[in-house]
Design a protein around this ligand. Structure first.
Ligand code: AMP
Length: 465
């Protein structure tokens, strides 16, 4: 879970990157950074905090002059929460400077790192991304692009990358295309970003998505496209559409909003219930709740109001603070809730903590019945490709049956969207999505012993997976 942007050919590249990172803030709130080149030197500014905090004042951007930039917002799925892990990582090697911004998770980074350390490599970070820089620097290939290809041929897992040198921007997606990356333009400038919302904010135009396994090289105003990796079946992350991406984005060339609305409609068909009102869990459950209400003919009302001054409840790694976070974030609207039979629609249940608290809150506000409808299947397996999910044993659907989960959460009824309905919405003909978190089927074998895979909320502890 991270957001990346790359800009080439704009005199205010760093400023554009900072704006784009604002649009991608939902993809990571832990830290932000931008590297920018004036043609001769790559300068980098990065820090822990939100984009507005890191680039809120003009000063850091004044330092980042130039027309080529890459930017990153971070939410760690590998490596601890520390400044040294905030990207872009910028290094100087024998051929000049390189900066890299990565969204995804490399499943074999631990193995590669171990091998390199045996040979004497010294790592600055605990992030999986740094291995790409080491492999690039030690490659015997003759050009920067070939060295990058050489490095990427050795890594496995999920990566959407923006890599830059003093004068070149390279955007690349792993052959399975786990994480999104879109190519666009703003006048003569070329822009790549995790989601189309970044281009919308800049007033740019989306050209197309960077294809899985495609490497786009932007240099001297020219764009070259390479397919350097063996072709694989596409496995775009379906959870981007379920929860992670912004609803106004097009991700993998599909509207996130339309898919969430469609899943809500499907859920109303497969799990109808007699009720008075449909209430979304804002914001991630809202488009699906609208779809559910539309299909069922029930009234849609905002029974929960979200405070926009606290972030996502997952942001706080400490369980104690997070418990309080639900109340800080959501407040019940008594006039909508009291005496009513509610259908409460949310996007997903991970550990069940949030839903349990929401149901309790709704009952305290006088709800007559609470029927929970979840617009994705039960999450039964951890993600190793860049979405921050807890270890499998912490997932409620891993250890409890549907009825046990319902009882634990305290709802009158509970229904999930079946997996085939999830797919029917996004890829009815040829499944081209990764659904490992819902099916337990991993398209790239995870390495259980990778010490860098993080469990949720225990960012300093090695994973128990
Ligand atoms: P819980 O079941 O208490 O673990 O929390 C589930 C809620 O957290 C869901 O309704 C989503 O809105 C949100 N959520 C789901 N997956 C993630 C994730 N990987 N990172 C942050 N928030 C998430």
């Amino acid at each position: 879970m991270c957001g990346i942007v790359g800009i080439h050919g704009h005199p205010e590249a760093a400023r554009l990157a900072a704006l784009a990172l604002h649009a991608l803030q939902h993809r990571g709130q832990e830290g932000a950074g931008i590297a920018c080149s004036d043609g001769g030197t790559v300068r980098t500014h990065r820090s822990l905090g939100l984009v507005g905090e890191v680039f809120g004042s003009q000063d850091p951007l004044e330092e980042l002059a130039g027309s080529v930039a890459v930017g990153h917002v971070r939410y760690s799925t590998s490596g601890e929460k520390a400044l040294r892990n905030v990207q872009p990582f910028t290094v100087r090697y024998r051929d000049g400077q390189v900066a890299i911004a990565h969204n995804g998770n490399l499943v074999n980074a631990g193995e590669i790192r171990g091998r390199l350390e045996q040979r004497g490599s010294i790592f600055n970070t605990t992030s999986d991304t740094e291995v790409v820089l080491h492999l690039l620097a030690t490659s015997i290939q003759g050009t920067f692009v070939n060295r990058l290809v050489d490095a990427l041929l050795q890594v496995e897992g999920a990566y959407s990358l923006c890599v830059m040198t003093e004068d070149t921007l390279v955007a690349v997606r792993d052959p399975l295309g786990f994480r999104p990356l879109v190519l666009g333009k703003l006048g003569d400038a070329t822009i790549v970003a995790s989601e189309s919302t970044a281009l919308d904010l800049l007033g740019g135009e989306v050209i197309r998505e960077v294809a899985p396994g495609e490497m786009i090289i932007v240099k001297d105003g020219g764009i070259t496209s390479l397919q350097p990796f063996p072709r694989r079946r596409r496995h775009a992350c379906i959870f981007e559409h379920v929860y992670f991406a912004r609803p106004n984005s097009n991700v993998f060339e599909q509207s996130v909003y339309d898919n969430r609305f469609g899943w809500g409609q499907r859920l109303a068909k497969v799990a109808p219930i007699e009720a008075d009102v449909v209430v979304p869990v804002p914001d991630s459950g809202t488009p699906a709740a609208l779809g559910y209400a539309f299909e069922s003919g029930l009234t849609f009302k905002q029974g929960l109001i979200r405070s926009h001054y606290v972030g996502r409840t997952f942001i706080e790694p400490s369980q104690q603070i997070r418990d309080f976070g639900v109340k800080l974030k959501l407040s019940p609207v008594r006039s909508v809730i009291a005496g009513k039979r509610l259908v409460v629609v949310d996007d997903s249940i991970v550990r069940g903590t949030t839903s349990r608290k929401i149901v309790r809150m709704l009952r305290q506000a006088g709800a007559a019945e609470v029927h929970l409808r979840i617009c994705s299947p039960p999450i039964v397996a951890s993600c190793f490709y860049g979405v921050d999910t807890p270890t499998q044993t912490e997932l409620i659907a891993h250890s409890m049956s549907l009825e046990e989960t319902r009882a634990h959460i305290g709802a009158d009824s509970l229904a999930y969207l079946p997996l085939d309905e999830l797919h029917a919405q996004v890829d009815p003909e040829t499944p081209a999505t990764c659904d490992a978190c819902f099916s337990g089927v991993y398209p790239v074998a995870p390495r259980g012993s990778d010490p860098n895979q993080l469990p949720l909320f225990e960012n300093d502890e090695p994973s128990k997976v």
